[in-house]
Design a protein around this ligand. Structure first.
Ligand SMILES: [Zn+2]
Ligand SMILES: [Zn+2]
Length: 183
């Protein structure tokens, strides 16, 4: 797994709480199954044990995005460092016997949810260190407040999805038209 890709875990977990629709997609063991990466062997016990841990970590991860996206970098990194302290990386190297060596940063004996959050927190730290804190974004198409990692070459992303970008553009167009009528 590429190290920057660990940040996708943070995005996926935070966005289970959908501010736009008010829907929470992390309320049951089934939701945990949907969130955890394919190929993880998740027993029903692990899924239900993981639910609380994931729900607790979710607002902490969101906070890092919110602070970073609004320029409060020092506080963002402070919050993230606390997460890294609570969810320390334990690195190992593996090739799954096919010669493709790569790092594993989490270990499952401490629980799947724990392992997931460890990867998510590491991914944000790695993104900030490699690409800069302005890469952590918050969708500007209100009421959506979904988070994203900006991977554009010029750090220009403002919306979580094409759907939100379209919605925001239509709203801006209508606002311009209204302004034209008034002048
Ligand atoms: Zn692997
Ligand atoms: Zn959005």
């Amino acid at each position: 797994m590429k190290l920057l890709a660990y940040a996708d875990r943070a995005v996926a977990l935070v966005n289970t709480d959908d501010h736009g629709t008010g829907r929470d997609r992390l309320q049951s063991s089934d939701d945990v199954y949907r969130l955890l990466p394919q190929g993880w062997r998740v027993t029903p016990t692990a899924a239900s044990a993981g639910l609380d841990e994931l729900r607790e970590a979710r607002p902490r991860l969101r906070r890092v995005f919110e602070l970073a996206a609004t320029g409060r970098v020092e506080r963002a990194t402070e919050a993230l460092n606390k997460l890294l302290c609570d969810f320390p990386v334990s690195a190992s190297i593996s090739d799954h016997a096919d010669g493709d060596w790569h790092l594993h940063l989490t270990d499952e004996p401490h629980g799947l949810a724990r392992s997931y959050v460890t990867g998510a927190a590491f991914g944000l730290a790695y993104t900030i260190a490699e690409r800069g804190p302005d890469r952590l974004g918050l969708c500007e198409a209100l009421p959506c407040r979904a988070v994203f990692v900006d991977t554009t070459t010029n750090s220009s992303r403002r919306y979580c999805s094409d759907r939100c970008a379209t919605r925001a553009n239509v709203a801006a167009y209508r606002a311009r038209k209204r302004a034209d009528v008034l002048t």
